[in-house]
Design a protein around this ligand. Sequence first.
Ligand SMILES: [Zn+2]
Length: 468
Amino acid sequence: MDAAYQAKRFSDIVRALRYAQQLASHERWSRDAILRHQQKRLSALVRHAVAGSEFYRELYHGLDVENRIVLAELPIIDKPMVMANFDRLVTDRRLKLADLTAHLNGLVRDSYYLDEYRVLATAGTSGFRGVFVFDRRVWGIELANALRWHRLMGITPRLFPRQKISAIGADSPVHVSARLTASGNVGLFRLQLLEATMPIEALVAALNAFQPEALLSYSSLAAILAEEQRAGRLSVAPRVISTHSELLTEEMARKIERAWGIKPFNHYGLTELSTFGAECERHCGMHMLDDLFIAEVVDNAYRPVEPGQVGQRLLLTNLYNFAQPLIRYEVSDMLALAPEPCLCGRPFPLISSISGRAEEVVRLAARDGREIAVSPLVFSAAIEVLDGVAAFQLSSKADVICVRAVPGNGADRAALPSRITAQLADRLNSLGARPLRIEVELVAALERISGRMGKVKLVQTDTKSRTE
Ligand SMILES: [Zn+2]
């Protein structure tokens, strides 16, 4: 039984390595070839969805699927719709949300559902839990895409000795980062798996003992570990550092570079599609790896925004997952695409900025009676850059902003709260905000909630977003 399970997982990895070669060949395609490929996959996906999903059959009623499909003419869907219509949306009638939820509740390792599917759940950082299924073929593509992310950073499987990678991430196979690592853990690398919810001292001790060549970590934790390295408690010399799952602010990247002398590779993923963006060796921003999906960057009225402009929403079409089609599926991440391609010549556009999720934007009353929207990056630029701040979290409610700050090494703790207050008040004032109360609390560590994969939410607001 167990041998059969291991053999199956191994054959999944072999398949993934084959897909990874195909994906590598896409890097030499022209942009036009990528666009043609997208359109071909889109047509196949829409036809499959209409044939196999009652939900899409109704939603696309009257649509001529035999002719050219124009993505922008298709209706937009979101996570609440996907979850409310789960059993009618999937194209395999055997998949029922109630059964999948029961499977998730008992999940302990990289198990299959119906011998075929991997089932994942979102952390619910946007307040709404999502459940997503991947058949073995699509999971192979997800794994191949993770291998492509590794390759972009210069990490390729090597024998004698195998590369040592420390991966700090989620603590449950329900979540995508932990699950991909589990599926990929068949001996290609020497992996050290660490949980983001572990105390910092325990992480430091484990890393010191293992001495990884590559460190893959949540962004906020990588920045905290950089401080530990500078203080001499952590002493590791990774060749590659990649940050993922959380917003990487400029200050976090600077801390990492100061500690190890190397620039971190940023990564952006979703449960629905685990590697959406990844940085190449040029570090000019993340490439949007859109041979596997189509992304539309849109404003609040769902109109496309030009490259260089930050969109309020992202519409994602996963071109490969035919079991659970997600077509023009709304995600609340706000990103901007760069107007120019990367100098490396790959045909994938660059993401010039990611400013966090729409629900992380704090809306404040302005002095002129209007409202201003303040993104997490603005708070980071005001607070995180202060000498003596190792990390911070912030929540806003009515007219009060509460900052939880972790003091850095040698920080003047007595003076820190008033310095943070003054700096933040000054920044908000310059943006035109009406004066408001700012409270600062010094804490030993940030809140990492294991039910949320141990992720830190930089900014919490009391406003409800559309997806909640
Ligand atoms: Zn590049």
